[in-house]
Ligand binder design. Structure first.
Ligand SMILES: [Zn+2]
Length: 753
């Protein structure tokens, strides 16, 4: 049983040898007993159809039952153990036809019982079609003892010739619901360019509700486009215990999640975005199409209950173990963009000294170091001794060295080694023919289509060269990494519809919208994953920062291939806190980078507020620190030290609670980290510009009700005191801050028993 490595994923093969597993028909008796009890609880309509292979998969938080019917598989139910079930009334819709030499051929799927497997950790149901000859594998697997369960569909072309398959969702459902039930929907926007005023959407899911959330790598590009979501969605019952389910997509291409409520039905789909359609994708002889992996989880205790499991799961299942085993992850960083494009050797060496003096752990060279877009060699006027010299100097000062590269962008440089969009070979890798007068911008060019094998090979070699020659510890990618549609008919993806396409210019580059946009992204994203998987194998300690003009690529596929995200491209304290508030619902805090930029700080309280607004996850300072006063310098040093000594461990390992409404810059807002094992945590408290409201109560979560806690105010804004859990979780933790745009860190620790 092999699933391709396109998802990074030696993970799929970690499942072990499917051939060693047993079919569920031969499961141990006790499992059958549990299953029979379960069947007895199913409605009659489901019971009647439960005749094929059936499997039940379970984690501490999620239970599912799936069945292999003769001609189609079926997802029967989902629940969080002990909570009411979500029962599905729809069979999986498998492709009904394929196209061969321009003709539609109907497909009749037949279960292959001998090839189908299930073992409690996974269920893999195999269907075959003889004419045309195809094999489809419908796979569910349990990657961890807790959290959600993963699903993927794989379709293999066993014909001797090329064929085309139509849109296949990753997962579609039709839950039977009580028309009277009260449900809520939660979805989260990407921080993209700038977090919007909403960001975290808690919406009543009423009769007639119709919603579609989309994700790609280039959302928020035009004003007329809807905000993109992190491809994830949660549905919650009000009773009992704020339980429900959530689902997410582990893919960075064009995807969507839809949800509709109508009478006794709550239905929807997850997977590739079928619009603009019709979607079709080519399969050469022997090739496979794989739907984006999706995960499905049950939860209790509301959105933070779901998030505290999901964040841990993302770290364990999608994260890079090598990264998390570094006790200094997430690192503290100084980024050169504080000086903009005007960076050079002298400035850089000074910044490295200052970063080391502040106690930071990485020097991150941003845009401005190269000869030109697509020409990723150091500018000899700025860096006469090259970049390795800079890397060596950073290392000598005990700092890691990171570099910004926009490596999928072509420019016009004619230097040897440059990616020149006019080069006859390179010309066909761009998504459309560029006009004669086209010029790249200072650090943005024209994206090449990584789905073209030659382009992918060039990119793989180029990033390898950059990492090795410049002695990198971290590689940041930026710009628009994934081609946005493509005008070419000779690429592996589907050709665009000539009658229905739109070619336009934005941010100095050309873009194409057509029926093939989703297929273009499917190929390009898989190539990108391959490139980074190989780079990670060849350079085990190398860190990857995922940046796509800010937070446009925040999704679970990138989380499986990179180490941290730039979560927004706007860096003031409010934008940083908003982007963090939103994104921390679903992704580990350590992976969430906010850049702290220069901001007016007339008082030291404002200065701390600015820093701490970027200190809830991965901290990158993007300020020319030589402009700081001695007082600010000393204060920053103290905060960085505090981050490394006391905050980092909580950011990595603790549970997180959103203990206020989303930040608006006016009212108070806060985040609580809580380590239930060590019974300690911290509250980040922020006061906005509100007048008069000098104090605020934060109602805390997760404490042990019978215990007393020692509460310590780091800035001494209040006297330390002992408080009962009852008070902290009832009336709340009182914080008093007289200054607008100020902050406090309140450390909380259980009194010894
Ligand atoms: Zn293309």
């Amino acid at each position: 049983m092999e699933f391709s490595e396109h998802y990074g994923l030696a993970r799929w093969s970690m499942l072990g040898d499917f051939d060693q597993t047993v079919r569920s028909m031969t499961h141990e008796t006790w499992q059958w007993m549990r299953f029979l009890v379960l069947l007895a609880t199913l409605p009659a309509s489901v019971w009647a159809q439960t005749t094929g292979l059936t499997a039940r998969l379970q984690t501490a938080d999620t239970e599912i039952v799936v069945e292999a019917g003769e001609s189609t598989p079926r997802f029967l139910s989902l629940d969080a153990p002990g909570q009411p079930k979500w029962e599905n009334s729809a069979s999986e819709a498998l492709p009904e036809f394929v196209e061969i030499t321009g003709k539609k051929m109907p497909v009749h799927w037949q279960l292959d019982r001998n090839a189908s497997r299930s073992d409690g950790k996974s269920a893999s149901f195999v269907y075959e079609s003889s004419i045309p000859h195809l094999r489809l594998t419908w796979l569910w697997r349990v990657p961890a003892a807790y959290g959600p369960i993963e699903h993927q569909i794989r379709i293999e072309n066993l014909e001797s010739q090329e064929l085309w398959i139509p849109m296949q969702d990753s997962f579609a459902f039709n839950w039977q619901i009580d028309p009277q039930s009260r449900l809520n929907h939660l979805y989260i926007e990407k921080g993209a360019n700038t977090p919007s005023p909403a960001g975290t959407h808690h919406v009543p899911l009423m009769e007639g509700y119709r919603w579609t959330g989309t994700s790609s790598t280039y959302g928020d590009l035009r004003d007329d486009e809807p905000r993109e979501i992190i491809p994830w969605s949660l549905v919650q019952r009000q009773y009992p215990e704020e339980s429900g389910w959530y689902a997410g997509i582990e893919f960075s291409g064009r995807t969507r999640i839809s949800l509709e409520r109508e009478k006794d039905s709550l239905h929807g789909s997850l997977g590739l975005n079928p619009d603009p359609g019709p979607f079709r994708t080519r399969l050469a002889h022997g090739e496979s199409f794989e739907t984006p992996v999706v995960f499905l989880g049950g939860f209790r205790d509301g959105p933070d209950g779901a998030g505290n499991v999901l964040r841990r799961w993302v770290r364990a299942v999608l994260g890079n173990p090598g990264t998390w085993s570094n006790p200094n992850y997430p690192l503290t960083v100084n980024n050169s963009w504080g000086g903009g494009m005007a960076v050079n050797e002298e400035v850089t060496l000074r910044m490295i000294r200052e970063a080391a003096d502040l106690g930071l752990e990485m020097f991150h060279m941003d845009a401005g170091w190269f000869r030109g877009v697509g020409d990723w060699y150091p500018n000899p006027k700025k860096f006469p001794h090259g970049l390795a010299r800079i890397a060596d100097d950073a290392h000598k000062h005990g700092l890691e060295f990171g570099l910004w590269v926009d490596w999928t962008q072509a420019g016009l440089s004619t230097e040897s080694g440059a990616l020149n969009a006019r080069d006859p070979t390179v010309r066909d890798w761009t998504v459309t023919d560029l006009p004669e007068d086209w010029q790249p911008e200072p650090f943005k060019g024209q994206t090449i289509d990584l789905g073209v094998p030659e382009a992918k090979r060039w990119a793989q070699k180029e990033v390898e060269r950059i990492v090795t020659d410049y002695r990198l510890d971290m590689l940041e990618h930026d710009g628009y990494l994934v081609a946005h549609g493509c005008d070419r008919a000779d690429h592996p993806h589907a050709a665009p519809d000539p009658l229905n396409k739109c070619v336009y210019k934005s941010w100095g580059a050309y873009w194409v919208d057509s029926s093939n946009s989703t297929d273009v992204s499917y190929h390009a994203v898989r190539a990108y994953y391959d490139i980074y998987s190989k780079l990670r194998r060849d350079h085990p300690g190398l860190l990857f920062e995922i940046c796509n003009d800010g937070g446009r690529m925040v999704d679970f596929g990138s989380a499986a291939h990179g180490d941290y995200f730039s979560i927004t491209d706007t860096y003031d304290p409010l934008s940083n806190r908003r982007a963090f508030y939103d994104t921390s619902h679903v992704l580990p805090s350590a992976m969430l980078e906010t850049y702290v930029e220069k901001w007016p700080t007339p008082s030291i309280e404002n200065f701390r507020y600015m820093l701490r607004s970027g200190m809830m996850g991965w901290l990158t300072i993007m300020i020319d620190t030589s402009a700081w006063t001695p007082e600010q310098h000393a204060e920053a040093k103290r905060e960085i030290d505090l981050y490394k000594k006391d905050l980092r461990l909580l950011i990595r390992d603790a549970s997180l609670y959103h203990v206020s409404a989303r930040p608006d810059g006016v009212h108070w807002d806060g985040i609580q980290y809580w380590d239930p094992e060590r019974q300690r945590g911290v509250v980040y408290a922020f006061r906005g510009t509100i007048e008069r409201e000098n104090s605020h109560h934060f109602v805390l979560k997760g404490l042990q009700a019978s215990r007393r806690y020692l509460v310590k105010f780091y800035d001494r804004s209040s006297a330390d005191r002992k408080v009962t859990a009852r008070e902290l979780m009832g009336k709340g933790l009182k914080v008093t801050l007289p200054v607008q745009n100020s902050s406090e860190l309140i450390f909380i620790e259980a009194e010894a028993k």
